[in-house]
Design a binder for this molecule. Structure first.
Ligand code: SF4
Ligand code: SF4
Ligand code: SF4
Length: 373
C-alpha cells in the first residue's frame, strides 16, 4: 500500500486517505524488508498486491522503479515474486500506463465497480456517469491488451434490484469475465453501510442460482472458490475463509507500518504490527496484535457458536476486520456469519455431501457435535 491518496471520494471507502505515500527512494529498502520477512516465513512465492489509495496517483516512473527494485532484490533469493494490481482505472491512459500495467501478471489487473453505483464518486460525476466513464477506461485498457477483473460491493439498492439484474449488468453491459462479490463494512466517512442480513443472504443464494442457470459463464468469486474447495481442488480460498489470514498475509503501509490488512493499517494504527523499515522482522512476526489474529480461530472454536458449526472447516469464523467493524471485537465471529451459512447451505444442497460437512462427527478442536444449520 505505497500511497494513501486517491482521485475518487467514495462514501464506503475504508481508508484514511491522508496523502501519505512511500518515499520514492525507499522502494529497494521496502522490498529488502519483504525479502527478510518472506525468508523468515519460509515462503516460496511472494504475491505482492499493489493497492492504495490509488496506485495510478503515483507516477508511472515511480511504479516502474518499484517493480525494478523488487526484481533486483529477489533476483537470487530463490523466492518467486508475483505482482498484482488493484486500481479504480479512471486515470488510465495508454501513453502513461499501458507499459506499467502490462508488467502486472501479464496484464491482468483488478478494478472495482458497484451496481447500482450509490457510493463510488469521482469529482462531480453521478454514480451512473462514474460507471460509464469506468467502462470507457476499461475498453481502452482492453484494446491495449490488459484484462480487467472486477470487485463489486452490494448495497441496499443492489438487493432491491435482485441478483439476476446484477448478474446481467456485469456480464452483458460491462462485459466482465471475472467478478468477485465482497461484503461491505463500515467506511471511514459518512454513516455506516449496514445491509439487512436476511435480504443479503437471499440475494447471495439467488446469485448462486443465477450463476448455475447460466452454466457458470462468469468466473464468480466466492462461489468458484467454494465449489473448488468442496470438490477437493487445491485452491487458495479468499483470505476471509482461510484458517487465519495472519499466517500468510501482511500489509505494508506507505511509511513502513505493517498490519493485517489495508483498512487496519490505514485507519486503525492501534492494531499495527510495527514498522517494517525501522524495527526487526522478528518483532513484526511476534507482535501481540498478530498473535491475537493467529489465535482467533482456536478461540472462536472454543468460545463461540463457531465451535458447533458444520461449516467450520471451510469458514473458520470468517474475517477479523468484519468482526471488528460491526462488533468492536476481533475475537467475535464475522458479522456475515448468517450470509455465509446461507451460501454454504445453498452449495451443499446442490452437491453431494462434501468432505467438510458432517451432522454426526465432532468438531476436531472442541469435541462438540456439529449442529445442522
Ligand atoms: S474506495 Fe478505492 S477508489 Fe474509492 S476513494 Fe477509496 S481508495 Fe479511492
Ligand atoms: S482482516 Fe479480513 S480482509 Fe483483512 S486479510 Fe484478514 S480476512 Fe482478509
Ligand atoms: S459460518 Fe458462522 S458459525 Fe460457522 S464458522 Fe463461519 S462465522 Fe462461525
Amino acid at each position: 500500500m505505497p500511497i494513501l491518496s486517491c482521485n475518487c471520494s467514495c462514501r464506503h471507502c475504508f481508508e484514511e486517505l491522508d496523502g501519505r505515500r512511500l518515499d520514492d527512494t525507499q522502494w529497494q529498502r521496502c522490498f529488502e524488508g519483504m525479502l527478510a520477512l518472506a525468508t523468515r516465513s519460509g515462503c516460496c512465492t511472494l504475491k505482492v498486491f499493489w493497492q492504495g489509495g490509488e496506485i495510478l496517483c503515483l507516477s508511472p516512473d515511480s511504479v516502474h522503479r518499484g517493480l525494478d527494485g523488487a526484481e533486483q532484490v529477489f533476483r537470487d533469493s530463490g523466492i518467486a515474486v508475483e505482482h498484482y494490481l488493484q486500481t479504480n482505472l479512471l486515470l488510465y491512459d495508454t501513453g502513461r500506463w499501458k507499459d506499467v500495467l502490462l508488467r502486472f501478471q501479464n496484464g491482468n489487473v483488478s478494478s472495482s465497480v458497484d451496481f447500482p453505483n450509490v457510493y463510488r464518486r469521482a469529482g462531480s460525476r453521478s454514480g451512473d456517469e462514474y460507471n460509464r466513464y469506468w467502462l470507457e477506461k476499461k475498453n481502452i485498457a482492453e484494446r491495449d491488451g490488459i484484462r480487467v477483473s472486477v470487485i463489486a460491493l452490494p448495497n441496499s439498492e443492489t438487493l432491491e434490484l435482485g441478483a439476476q439484474e446484477f448478474y446481467r449488468y456485469y456480464r452483458d453491459e460491462l462485459r466482465v469475465r471475472a467478478l468477485q462479490v465482497n461484503l461491505p463494512f463500515q467506511g471511514n466517512a459518512g454513516p455506516p453501510v449496514v445491509l439487512d442480513l436476511e435480504r443479503l443472504s437471499a440475494f447471495m443464494v439467488e446469485l448462486y442460482e443465477t450463476w448455475l442457470r447460466n452454466k457458470r459463464d462468469l468466473y464468480l468469486s466466492p462461489f468458484t472458490y467454494f465449489e473448488d474447495r468442496i470438490f477437493g481442488a487445491k485452491i487458495t480460498l479468499p483470505c476471509i475463509w482461510s484458517y487465519t489470514c495472519a499466517k500468510g498475509l501482511v500489509c505494508v503501509g506507505p511509511d513502513g507500518q505493517t498490519g493485517q490488512c489495508d483498512c487496519l493499517v490505514a485507519t486503525r494504527p492501534e492494531y499495527n504490527y510495527g514498522s517494517f523499515l525501522e524495527g526487526s522482522m522478528g518483532a513484526v512476526l511476534s507482535s501481540p496484535n498478530r498473535n491475537a489474529i493467529l489465535d482467533r480461530p482456536l478461540r472462536l472454536a472454543r468460545e463461540t457458536s463457531c465451535g458447533e458449526c458444520r461449516f467450520w472447516a471451510i469458514c473458520h469464523g470468517g474475517c477479523p476486520i468484519r468482526a471488528l467493524a460491526f462488533t468492536g471485537n476481533i475475537q467475535e465471529p464475522d458479522h456475515y456469519c448468517q450470509v455465509y451459512q446461507a451460501m454454504f447451505s445453498a452449495i451443499v444442497d446442490r452437491t453431494v455431501t462434501p468432505w467438510f460437512v458432517s451432522d454426526t462427527s465432532a468438531n476436531p478442536i472442541t469435541g462438540k457435535q456439529n449442529s445442522s444449520t
